[in-house]
Design a protein around this ligand. Structure first.
Ligand code: HAM
Length: 420
């Protein structure tokens, strides 16, 4: 039998209700904060990701699913959404009417990482981006949005981590100082860090290899070397978080795995997931729109790992399956045809109804009704059809009432609506 691809997964009925609940909660929140949905393609030209995420990042160096199409163009399954949203913002000149645009998108991403709990090769993100706002208020808004979503989903074991990654004014000098320092301890660094210390020294700061962590006990932090403008920006963000009483930690080692970031970077970390502790991550990328050929517009956004969030929310024993309003237990061919008609009519009216398609005993049909969590069961056999009355059983109270078959849909709809 052909199995699914390693690192990919099915989201089965039973779990998909939980996903729908999370998605609905997120979409409701985005809509009240006036974010508009954008749907971007699953595949883009490889160059888009290479240029925006960065040539020396893990994602671009080794995790992208890239293929050559018949015309020898290199195409890549999207490993994240930001690059595509920036491309779309530029391509459709969305900045022309108003540079300030707020977007959200939800969908699958692809990275060829080593699969483990909380880390997949196809995973889903809930993504939000704000374009055209240089003010730190946009940073605060996104962090509040994330925090509110966690509250609404009852996710409590989370911590907001923030840092500043500076800007082209202040970062180069810091990077140079860091590289000099790293050159002094290069014999203690892992092979990966030795390779990236010149081009991407900041990544060494969050290397998980203990030897690299130990190599620099107290590395200089970029946050202590910011220019005045970056420093003011960061202080305004943290000032607002204080004012809004949103707990946060300034994490000087937080550098993020994508190269486009400037200034504020943040993550939501959790203890509920073992090694994969980041539920969401994001930050400012003020230079990316212009680097990809657009106008000089600032931007900031985040992405939540949907799979990880679902894992945490699913740890509670809440049942997200919707109960079934009505099951029709039909006995005999005539009753079954009637039941089918009624099921279709009720479905069209928006009232969920199920029945047994095959000839089965009443006992077996009642068992099925119980399994489907039916709130009511309409019992009808050929005798009931003859008498013009069926039995409606309330499964919670175990009481029964007779319902005339004439105007049955209206009568049943009324009884069901009275219950809810
Ligand atoms: P990222 O930190 O690469 O940022 O991913 C965001 C979140 O996606 C992570 O915190 C994690 O929860 C989830 N995630 C990443 N990789 C995997 C995986 N292999 N399996 C399961 N979950 C995963 C970005 O993607 C940026 N585009 C975020 C952003 C938006 N920055 C600005 N705007």
């Amino acid at each position: 039998m052909i199995q699914l691809i390693r690192g990919f997964k099915d989201i089965l009925p039973g779990e998909s209700e939980l996903w729908q609940y999370i998605e609905k909660t997120a979409v409701d929140l985005f809509q009240s904060f006036r974010y508009n949905e954008i749907r971007i393609p699953i595949m883009e030209k490889t160059a888009l990701f290479a240029r925006s995420i960065g040539e020396t990042t893990d994602i671009v160096e080794k995790e992208m699913y890239t293929l050559e199409d018949r015309k020898k163009d290199l195409l890549t399954l999207r490993p994240e959404a930001t690059a595509s949203i920036v491309r779309s913002y530029i391509q459709h000149k969305m900045y022309a009417t108003d540079p300030v645009q707020k977007f959200y998108m939800i969908g699958p991403m692809f990275r060829r990482e080593r699969p483990q709990k909380g880390r997949y090769r196809q995973f889903y993100q809930i993504d939000a981006e704000i374009f055209g706002v240089a003010s730190p208020l946009a940073d605060v808004e996104l962090i509040v949005l994330l925090n509110t979503l966690m509250e609404r989903l009852n996710v409590t074991d989370v911590e907001v981590h923030v840092n500043s990654l500076g800007c082209p004014e202040c970062r180069p000098a810091y990077k140079e100082a860091l590289t000099t320092l790293l050159n002094g301890v290069s014999d203690k660094l892992c092979a990966n860090c030795v390779r990236r210390k010149d081009k991407n020294p900041l990544r060494v700061l969050d290397c998980k290899v203990p030897a690299c962590q130990d190599a620099m006990e107290d590395p200089p932090a970029l946050i202590d070397h910011l220019c005045d403008a970056c420093s003011d920006h960061f202080n305004t963000v943290t000032g607002w978080l204080d004012r809004l009483k949103i707990p946060y930690t300034v994490n000087k080692r937080l550098v993020r795995g994508l190269d486009y970031y400037t200034r504020t970077a943040f993550e939501i970390q959790t203890g509920a997931l073992g090694a994969q502790s980041a539920v969401a991550g994001g930050g400012r990328y003020d230079g990316l729109v212009s680097a990809l050929g657009g106008p000089d517009q600032p931007a900031i956004g985040f992405a939540i790992g949907f799979d990880r969030l679902a894992e945490i929310v699913g740890q509670s024993d809440a049942d997200y399956r919707k109960p079934l309003p009505l099951f029709i237990a039909a006995l005999g061919a005539t009753a079954r045809d009637k039941a089918f008609d009624w099921c279709l009519s009720l479905g069209r009216l928006g009232i969920g109804c199920e029945m047994e398609y095959a000839e089965k005993s009443l006992k077996s049909q009642m068992k099925k009704a119980n399994r489907l969590n039916a709130q009511s069961v309409l019992i009808v056999g050929d005798a009931e059809i003859e008498n013009g009355e069926a039995v409606l059983r309330n499964m919670a109270s175990k009481t029964q009432q007779s319902v005339p078959l004439e105007n049955l849909i209206e009568n049943v709809a009324k009884a069901i609506n009275e219950r809810s």
